[in-house]
Design a protein around this ligand. Structure first.
Ligand SMILES: Nc1ncnc2c1ncn2[C@@H]1O[C@H](COP(=O)(O)OP(=O)(O)OP(=O)(O)O)[C@@H](O)[C@H]1O
Ligand SMILES: [Mg+2]
Length: 255
């Protein structure tokens, strides 16, 4: 099992969208791909066709002995997913307290799924520091930081770097981290400038293929499918395929 943490210092950059679309792209290479939603917004499931009013998810469980295997949904896109679930404030507080009390909560649950050795798990997280991010960074093998081509994203890079170093430095099973630029608009000078600055300052950690801003991405979400199934030849599908090939080449994600 290879675990990829999809993270960002800032909200709304496209973590959930990238997680869903990348998972569908990686699944086409053959390995078993599972996505886990660790964000109380509970939005990842919508990319895989789960009904809006379906409430089930991991946040409805409070004990480490509860089984995630019962919550694993099989999508029509070669990707299995574990939704966060729809919970009220009382349930969420209880769930989060349970996580705080169990430092290895995520690791224990993922290992209990007994996924094949060559399988890939992508984990969507809320923006910035959180107890979810702590659990993920203590266990993930790879960090994928999603950025937007704007000044706010650029200025928050030091904060996410310091979190990654805090939790991952010295861990033998941490292969490394990288950055992907999402919602690139090459017609905008600012986007091109931020791209250039990121490329020169992040060096080999920056994935040279960006994911372009593409209407098909939002339309695919409205149809509750990954973009590669919605529009096979659009620019975002092409970009996501390139990003998955880059991850494969640089981190050997697929055997
Ligand atoms: N490449 C893209 N092209 C067009 N629209 C995009 C693209 N990527 C994301 N979006 C849109 O941007 C919005 C935010 O995306 P998303 O919800 O994935 O961000 P997020 O980082 O997960 O947000 P949060 O921090 O709130 O969890 C959504 O409406 C999504 O459809
Ligand atoms: Mg999100």
């Amino acid at each position: 099992m290879r675990v990829v943490a999809v993270i960002s210092p800032k909200g709304g950059v496209g973590k959930t969208t990238v997680t869903a679309n990348l998972a569908a792209a990686l699944a086409r290479f053959g390995p078993r791909v599972t996505v886990l939603d660790l964000d109380p917004q509970n939005a990842l499931r919508l990319h895989f066709g789960m009904a809006h009013d379906e409430a089930v998810g991991i946040a409805q469980q409070f004990s480490v002995t509860d089984r995630w295997s019962d919550l694993l949904y099989e999508s029509a896109y070669g990707v299995d997913f574990l939704p966060y679930g729809s919970v009220d404030e009382t349930q969420r507080n209880k769930f989060e307290q349970g996580i705080k009390d169990q430092p290895d909560w995520l690791k224990a649950h993922l290992l209990s799924l007994q996924l094949p050795e060559n399988s890939i798990v992508l984990i969507d997280t809320p923006p910035g520091p959180s107890l979810y991010l702590q659990q993920v960074l203590k266990f993930a093998n790879i960090g994928l930081v999603v950025l937007k081509p704007d000044a706010a994203s650029y200025s928050t890079i030091p904060s996410i770097e310091s979190l990654i170093h805090y939790y991952c430095d010295g861990r033998k099973d941490f292969f490394g981290y990288c950055y992907v630029l999402n919602q690139m608009d090459a017609a905008k000078q600012l986007s091109r400038d931020v791209y250039g600055m990121l490329r020169s300052s992040l060096g080999s950690k920056f994935i040279p293929t960006t994911i372009h801003r593409d209407e098909a991405v939002s339309e695919a979400l409205a149809c509750q499918t990954p973009v590669s199934y919605y529009a096979q030849h659009c620019s975002a599908t092409h970009d996501v395929n390139e990003v998955s090939a880059w991850l494969q080449k640089n981190f050997g994600l697929i055997d």
